[in-house]
Structures are given as C-alpha cells and as structure tokens.
Design a protein. Structure first.
Length: 156
C-alpha cells in the first residue's frame, strides 16, 4: 500500500481507528521512516491543538454571566443603530435627485432620437422598465435604511 493511502488513513481516522487500520499503519511505519516521522508530527500537532492551543479560562464564564445579569436588571433602552460611514438623509436626497435627473435627461441626447427612429416605439418599453426598476430600487433602499426616521416623522 502506498504512502499517500496510509497518510490518508491516519488523517481521516477518528479518535480510535479500527484494529485492522491500526495494524496497516503500524506495518507501514516499520518499513517507511518518512511516514513514521510524518505520523509522529501529525499526532504531536493534533495533541497540541486539542489540549494546549486554547488555554482554559475559568473566569470567562463568570464574567459573561455577570454581564447578562446586569443587562436583565437594567430597564430596556431603545437601541439605535448608526452605520459608520453611512450616507446622511441629505446625501440620500441629493443622490436620488441626481439619479432622477440623469434618467430623465437621457431622452434628450442626440443619438437617442436616431435610435428611437431606427428601432421604433418598441425600444421605449425596455427603457421605461429600466427607469422604473432603478427608481423603485433606490426608493426601497432609502425607505429601508431610514425606516425609523420616516415612521417617527409621519407618525406611523
């Protein structure tokens, strides 16, 4: 049996592999010192990760439970979420106006008249759908991100 197959058996084996698998690995390590060394390194690494990698923290559970108990005792406070680096309401309105103006002025281009005359009125349907999708998506993102402000302002 090849070295790669033996190493796969070692890596895939759970805590206690079967006796037959252990015998195959043991026989192979008798005749292949490089696999024996690799298996030894693997066992040492696995033991380090299992026991010494995360040192025990006995006070961690107590501090977490104390924080939870402290939160339960305090009256509920209204949570406010502020997105760092987000766009203000003024910025949203200005960018919305820019998008709306750019979508409306696309029809005044010189090439647009030629394009419509060549393709006919059927070209206006995809353009109208695109404009509708852009405006609807922008409105949905604006309302979704300012839901709390809008509900307070309009008394909803």
């Amino acid at each position: 049996m090849g070295c790669s197959r033996i190493l796969d058996m070692v890596y895939e084996s759970e805590e206690s592999p079967s006796m037959f698998t252990q015998a195959q690995i043991w026989l192979h390590t008798l005749i292949c010192p490089s696999c024996a060394q690799e298996i030894e390194r693997y066992e040492v690494s696995r033991n380090i990760l299992r026991e010494d990698f995360f040192p025990p923290s006995p006070g961690f559970e107590d501090s977490i439970m104390a924080l939870i108990a402290c939160e339960e005792e305090q009256p509920e406070m209204e949570e406010t979420f502020v997105s760092p680096g987000g766009i203000s309401t003024k910025g949203w309105i200005i960018s919305g106006l820019i998008i709306l103006i750019s979508l409306a002025t696309v029809f005044f281009g010189l090439d647009f008249k030629n394009l419509v005359s060549e393709t006919g009125m059927s070209f206006l349907l995809p353009v109208g759908i695109t404009v509708g999708i852009v405006v609807t998506t922008y409105g949905a993102f604006f309302i979704g991100s300012h839901l709390k402000e809008l509900s307070e302002r309009f008394g909803l």
